[in-house]
Design a protein around this ligand. Structure first.
Ligand code: HEC
Ligand code: HEC
Length: 156
């Protein structure tokens, strides 16, 4: 009985040490050297990626990323700065790509004459990019890479 209890205690401490190590690792990634009980200085604002180049989408339904700065662009009840370039009637002078037809559809799939209210707040879905090193590693693999990698059960 005593032996069993000892084994249990040992196991519990191994788990606890493991959990602390994992916590410490993720903390380190996000907080840098700042101890857990104090607040570090705010990181400097990174520069916007302002390349004007189309970013490759990771999957077909992904809202395209914004390849330009949107600093100071207002979107509210009375005005929408994005539409001043991306609206159908404005694309001639702006050279911006027009919103696709899905932006005119209501939730029943009916195509409206103007931009649908549910697509009015552009930055709900479209985001600009910043020159930063991701604090946490991301091992996302896109579907084309996945389809081309050997699958279990493949015949060779
Ligand atoms: C001054 C005109 C202008 C304004 C305002 C503007 N855009 Fe753009 N946008 C462009 C142009 C031009 C492009 C094409 C790429 C380039 O030249 O930067 C573009 C590209 C894009 C793309 C990429 C489309 C694709 O198929 O890759 C998205 C998404 C986008 N803009 C969203 C927005 C959003 C959201 C706003 C408002 C927050 C906005 N834009 C405001 C001119 C504008
Ligand atoms: C609810 C999410 C959502 C909102 C809100 C939204 N979009 Fe999109 N947008 C998408 C998705 C998803 C795509 C790609 C598939 C498609 O065209 O529907 C897209 C595509 C685009 C494209 C590329 C069109 C093309 O043919 O390549 C532009 C430009 C764009 N959006 C601009 C805007 C602007 C400007 C607004 C605000 C008026 C806006 N979007 C609001 C989700 C959204």
């Amino acid at each position: 009985m005593i032996k069993l209890r000892l084994v249990f205690i040992t196991m519990a401490s191994v788990v606890a040490v493991g959990a602390t190590a994992v916590l410490a690792q993720s903390e380190l990634a996000l907080r840098g050297a700042t101890p857990i009980n104090s607040e570090g200085p705010a990181a400097p604002m990174p520069p916007t990626r302002n390349s004007a180049e189309t970013e490759v989408r990771n999957y077909p339904e992904q809202p395209p990323l914004i390849p330009h700065s949107i600093e100071g662009y207002q979107i509210d009840l009375n005005s929408n700065k994005c539409l001043s370039c991306h609206a159908r009637a404005r694309t001639g002078e702006s050279g911006a790509p027009m919103l696709s037809v899905t932006h005119f559809m209501d939730r029943d799939g009916q195509v409206l004459a103007a931009v649908s209210p549910r697509r009015y707040f552009c930055t709900q879905c479209h985001v600009s990019q910043y020159e930063v090193k991701p604090p946490v590693r991301n091992d996302f693999v896109d579907i084309d890479t996945l389809l081309n990698s050997p699958q279990p059960g493949d015949r060779r």
